[in-house]
Design a protein around this ligand. Sequence first.
Ligand code: SAH
Length: 356
Amino acid sequence: MEKTDIKSLPLDALEQWVLEIGEKKFRAAQMYQWMHQKLAESPDAMTNLSAGLRQKIREECTYTVLKQAACQVSAQDGTRKYLFELADGQMVESVWMRYKHGNSVCISSQAGCRMGCSFCASTLDGLVRNLSPAEMLDQIYRISADTGERVSNVVVMGTGEPLDNYENLLTFIRMLTDEHGLHISQRNVTVSTCGLIPQMRRLAEEKLAITLALSLHAPTQEQRERLMPVAKAYEIHDLIDACAYYFEQTGRRITIEYSLVEGVNNSKKDAEKLAELVGRLHCHVNLIPVNPIKEREWRQPDRRAILDFQKTLERRGIVSTIRREMGRDIDGACGQLRKRYSKQHITIHSQTEQTE
Ligand code: SAH
């Protein structure tokens, strides 16, 4: 019989499971609190349960706890990049960043990715598997426990395409924002997608208060196809329509992510076309100087060109920000730490340096 992954069960499903094994319903709330508020590392920690129930959990359930394989701390800004090992030996990366408005964690939604974006290190070896809700939650739980600080913002922008793991993502968001768990505000959760239109439309109808970020990266269909193979499946104007639909359904302003690549998508013409394309959306453009990876030759524009691009957008009434690059000194682009680890099969020793 397959074991029950109890940490991936929302409270109502956990209540169901507790009743099925002949226990009282209130036991589920106790267990849920241990797992999702007290961040217990093992069922053995659940001291207000009977020994018999703890035994049953051990026998009939899997209990997800990620193992910290490495942690790099930026000497520049305190950003922490974690490498976690999952129960089957897969590795995922998460990043903790401190901002004025609170601590933010960037999590992975899949081990690997099958979207194939040409500038991204996470997709080079393809998709291994989806992460479960518990594996997404526990990235945040382990980081909270490690830093001892509250996490107030979560961005699903690490390895993987979150909308390619739709059901688990939704369960994860509901549990993360549930009052019986960490109770992070939905407004402080952002999901970033390379643009899977059917799932974007479906997400709009869930009527969550989360922010949807679209990785657009190009102002025309042709340029987008050059950078992102997934663009071949979805026409750029249909994508913008899906964003408009998301705003209509949720009232949440869209974030457009645009990685600036020298000589590919950063000319004045590109900025003008981008302004025209997204002009009708309620959106905010986040300009990300591309983070070079050694497997590809994409380069960052210089600072001047980035500011010019932003100015052109601004003149056309498009609000944008240039992403502050955090943790530059600790393995820049997403997926690079995981990739380095899997290539060398070595243990990266935890860096103990603290910035506080
Ligand atoms: N699959 C999702 C989320 C993961 S990637 C998505 O595509 O949105 C998070 C963001 O980082 C995306 O906008 C992605 O295009 C961008 N990104 C990935 N590699 C990058 C790199 N080397 N430089 C700049 N941005 C990168």
